[in-house]
Design a protein around this ligand. Structure first.
Ligand code: FAD
Length: 545
């Protein structure tokens, strides 16, 4: 069997090597239009920041290795410009010598990736405006900053790549402003979780302009970024990171069916509408495992795994079906980490999926062992307890918790499973009740009816006449800030002082992170009060403000 693969990075290289492991007989040709295959897209921002210093570190696998170890015919600088489905051939443009030729196939795998969006704004083609996708993009940005001795940068878009670039440009000594149309960074997080990162970015000297659009660029004495509201800011260099679009040009011209956002439509074996053509990676739409809807989730993990499966399926001997994508993602922001999996609250609302939520702010490891820090975590779950999504932000142990939650979500787990999980514990690493268990306990308490909760976004609209807002923290803590109109009774005197609370109104209790509020709720409920506890406590409320 002769298999041609278009695209030599995450999905393409993965498909090629898997295919070889499954078949010593297959003839495999890998076409890559650029100079490099199997490069570390995800590492590119860190080369610009000087964290990764050697150019060769960005190339994960050299073509020679795929040739010698896997007998894959790797053709770099070779762009597939056309697919002829009738003749089962592709047309290849060799960018090294200018020749054009045809190559026949039995099966074809497409993994052309995505293209960074570049809006058609006035001045967009001015010198100094870059997108980042490839190794050459990286070298160009690096060289430009050096050559122009750039001092100021504007990053347009506060997604993963935008925030990573902002951090790396800052590390390199530039004065950095992020301009973002939405009112938050990292759209996979809900706003109150993203707010923790916003503060950290600002503390590290990044300027954040939210709710701000870019209207164009003006080149005069330096580059000016024209913003909505008649504002403008100067920039020696601009990085556009406003998202990517699936690269489906070849597929479209070949008449293959397209799906969401112009992506290549595939079935659950990664076959396109033509059974001899498969597609994987950023170019396809995937099934979101929580809702089952088709969507775009352009991430390296899924692309690699899809390539591996397509490498199997293309042979037709053993068909492995795709089990969907959940969108687990992690981000370093200076010394903080943010991670998430599954759907967030905005998505659940938009898709009308019934959900409940809980927040916890536990220590990353036992508080008495040096070096622990606070984690902020949010869990979204269905009324039957099924895990729908999770987010965490903090300094230590963030991604290991989200990885556990991602595993539980993938396996169809519930909040009751989280209660039971037996996770590694010794004081330098965790607590005997791991933060993941804490999420399980608090969520299960809600579902079992052990506690009723209210949330940070309901606080301001609570009618102070009709409810008793009760701060159960200490007077010293209350002095640092409390909710408007709150009465104060510290938890440890609540049993003695509870007669101060009218019984004819519900009590809305809160503490710093939610634990003492829960204990107060349990005391009061057992004494005949109708009580709600503020999930995540004052910390979640004030962070979201
Ligand atoms: P790609 O890896 O982009 O490979 C596609 C290749 O196909 C390209 O090299 C392209 O030149 C080639 N090609 C396209 N058309 C043709 C053609 N007609 N002929 C021949 N060759 C062609 N994901 C994460 O999960 N975590 C991260 O931390 C992360 N960080 C990232 C940071 C950056 C700066 C970038 C750009 C991406 C990052 N990603 C990250 C996303 C991740 O890199 C992609 O999801 C993944 O690489 C997609 O794999 P792919 O095979 O679909 O496409």
């Amino acid at each position: 069997m002769k298999v041609l693969i278009v695209g030599g990075v995450a999905g393409g290289a993965g498909a090629a090597t898997r295919l070889r492991r499954q078949s010593e007989d297959a003839q495999i040709i890998l076409f890559e239009k650029g100079e490099y295959i199997s490069y570390a897209n995800c590492g590119l921002p860190y080369y610009i920041g000087g964290i990764i210093k050697e150019k060769e570190k960005l190339i994960v696998t050299q073509p020679e290795l795929l040739r010698s170890r896997f007998r894959i015919d790797v053709r770099t600088k070779s762009e597939v410009v056309k697919i002829d489905r009738e003749k089962k051939t592709v047309t290849v443009q060799n960018h090294a010598d200018g020749t054009v030729y045809e190559e026949s196939y039995d099966k074809l795998i497409l993994s052309p990736g995505a293209v960074p969006k570049r809006p058609n704004l006035p001045g967009i083609d001015s010198e100094g405006i870059f997108t980042l996708r490839t190794v050459p993009d990286t070298y160009q940005i690096d060289a430009y900053i050096k050559e122009k001795n750039a001092k100021t940068a504007v990053v347009v878009g506060a997604g993963f790549i935008g925030v990573e670039m902002a951090e790396n440009l800052k590390e390199r000594g530039l004065d950095v402003t992020i301009v973002e149309f939405l009112d938050q960074a990292i759209a996979s997080l809900d706003p109150e979780m993203a707010a923790i990162l916003h503060r950290h970015m600002r503390e590290n000297g990044i300027k954040l302009l939210f709710g701000t659009g870019v209207q164009g660029f003006e080149k005069g004495d330096g580059l000016k970024v024209k913003l909505t509201g008649d504002r403008e800011i100067p920039a020696d260099v601009v990085i556009l990171s406003i998202g990517v679009a699936p690269d489906s040009r070849l597929a479209k011209e070949a008449g293959l069916e397209l799906g969401v956002g112009g992506s290549i439509q595939v079935d659950d074996t990664f076959a396109t509408s033509d059974p001899d053509i498969f597609a994987v990676g950023d170019a396809i739409s995937v099934r979101q495992i929580v809702t089952g809807d088709k969507t775009l989730i352009p991430l390296a993990g899924p692309a690699n795994k899809q390539g591996r499966l397509a490498g199997d399926n293309v042979l037709g001997q053993r068909i492995t079906k795709d089990s969907g994508v959940q969108g687990s993602a992690v981000l370093k922001v200076f010394d903080m980490t943010a991670a998430s999996t599954g759907l967030n609250e905005k998505q659940l609302k938009a898709q009308k999926v019934p959900y409940q939520k809980t927040y916890v702010h536990p220590s990353s490891h036992a508080g008495y062992y040096p070096g622990s820090s606070q984690l902020s975590m949010k869990l979204l779950f269905a009324p039957d307890g099924k895990i729908l999504g999770a987010q965490a932000v903090g300094f230590d142990g963030v991604e290991k918790r989200i990885d556990v939650l991602a595993t539980a979500l993938r396996l169809g787990g519930t909040v009751y499973d989280l209660e039971k999980l037996e996770l590694c514990y010794a004081p330098p690493y965790s607590s005997a009740k791991d933060p993941v268990n804490m999420l399980g306990f608090t969520a299960a308490n809600i579902l079992r009816g052990d506690v009723k909760v209210f949330h940070f976004d309901e606080v301001d609209s609570l009618d102070r006449e009709k409810v008793t807002l009760l701060d159960v923290r200490t007077p010293d803590e209350m002095k640092m800030g409390t909710l408007d109109g709150a009465a104060g009774i510290p938890l440890d005197s609540l049993r003695e002082r509870m007669s101060e609370l009218p019984k004819n109104k519900p009590v809305y209790a809160f503490c710093q992170v939610g634990l003492r509020g829960y204990l107060a709720a349990r005391i009061l409920v057992q004494n005949g009060y109708d009580v709600y506890n503020l999930s995540g406590g004052y910390k979640t409320y004030i962070t979201a403000k």
